[in-house]
Design a protein around this ligand. Sequence first.
Ligand SMILES: [Zn+2]
Length: 648
Amino acid sequence: MHQPVHMFEITGRDAAGRCGVLSINGRRLETPAILPVVNPKKMLITPRELAEMGFQGIITNSYIIYRDEGLREEALAKGIHALLDFDGVIMTDSGSFQLFRYRRVEVSQREILEFQDRIGVDIGVMLDIPTPPDVPASAAERDAGETLLRAEEAAEFERRMLLTGTVQGSTYPELRRRLASRISELGFEVHAIGGVVPLMEDYRFAELVRLVMPARQCLGHAKPVHLFGAGHPMLFSLAVLMGCDMFDSAAYALYARDGRYITPSGTLRLEELRELPCSCRVCSEHTIAELRSLDAEEREKLLAEHNLLVSLEEVRRVRQAVHEGSLWELVERRARAHPRLLEALHALHAHSDYIEALEPVTKPRAFFYTGAESLLRPAVRRHLERLGNIELRGRELVLLQEAEKPFSRSYRLSSSRRYHICVVSQVFGIIPLEVEESYPLMQHEGLEVPEEAQLRHMRRAVDEYAAGFERVHVHTSLAEVLNVEGEVFESHGEFRADPDPELKLRALADYQFGRGAGRMLFSSARAEYSRQGMLRRAYSDEGELLATLRPEDGVLVLTIAGARRLLRLPPPMCRVVVDEEAERFVREGRSVYARFVKACDPAVRPGSEVLVVNGEDELLATGRAVLSAQEMLELGCGVAVKTRHGCR
Ligand SMILES: [Zn+2]
């Protein structure tokens, strides 16, 4: 089959969201992207103006062009880019919207696909059967069956444009999951999730999450995913966190006609406004009184322009959040704007396993607590699970209350062979002193005084953790506040002992690489400290450098000597297995491309330090994973591991 020339490269990631670049026909679309809907018959704002505002792509309706003889002939003669006077990426819908409204269109799928391709569209869309929410299950099944048949037909179609396969399924998560998984096998270059506009219009955001997530999970990681009709900026961060890459907005125009003023956290009516709470071009050049006094058409255009600019601004804010690792903070902040959005955030936590598997282990930005929902972020659970990797044979647990970080310096304490000293944290539950530098334990901001939800969280974490110890010592203040059982003490001085670098290194390695790693890597190791007394480097007894502890996030970075020791862990732990074709390059220290990855430890996350090996489990290199395990196996392009040291 003829394959259009294109590429989708992922450039940043956070939670299940990503930033990327879709290249097609020499045009670039940075994702997440918002594509304004352009009505070819009535342009409120011209595509040229949209390009000047900064939009790299638009979406228009090929069915409307096809049905209008004048437009059709012009499009066929000049191409869609000249017709619309827009040189960016043009996506076209195929009449599904009309099917949705009127239940019929006067064109076959084949005709409309051929037409989209002939007029030079960059991204076409199959003619799926949109099913509204809340229809009987039998009707949703029937429509989904028809959509699948059409998807199979569309996938066979020879073309130059990219083609979008759309998932429907009404309000039935299981049906959406099934259809998505079939559609993902058909080789579309873009995937879409459709039929959710009425849910968004009715603020049924929790249901939106329950329907989008199962479909999204089955669509894989290699292709961009478009969420049809998600045009309101209040939803962008949530949709991106779920793994959607593209949106379209008709809202900017529909709202403008209706006198509605979009903000990143909701919609206001122009007549209710006394101020313009925005500094876009429109809002800084006009007062509210001026806007009101304009004639309807002029006001509509200015309002539409404002609506577009705030949408674009929010997309940029979301992209920035993905790159710096603060997408959860942004979603939690947006969720405060409306109770329905808060419910959507709660619904999202049901999918935290899926999201955790994609989320980076270390980020450029600190973890900010924004409220009780922050305790449900994957990073918190991941931390508590990783604690289970640390070997603690026969030690006694000592629990202290939080202090200024680093805790070991505040208390002038460190864990010893007898006492495992932990701080009870309002955000992370339990923080052992051995691993306190690890991201995000050192790099987080909480409250001065914990709130009720945090106290429950702390109590639960302590109960679970303390169950593994025969003796537990609890500081008196904690014993009171948390009602924790154990031997109460007042002065922590009795637990003071000389720092044990090997103990600390082993705990760090267990926590980062998995159970048993500490024993492999650091049995008989020496440590070097910074002038401030922080552990920085680990050497073998023979004086060979094994690893350095990166100061900014407490990650152990391996040398080749360290990697050789870690290789004694049973496969697939910490491994990325590459094809023999790539072996020579990787040994020379070049990065590992995803298309050469043959297998991978399922525990690998973006940011994990990994061992790169060949099929015989021989060490080729060490480096930092850029992708999660799932993505490495699915993505056909891009770097999977940034190699640090090759092994010649
Ligand atoms: Zn404005």
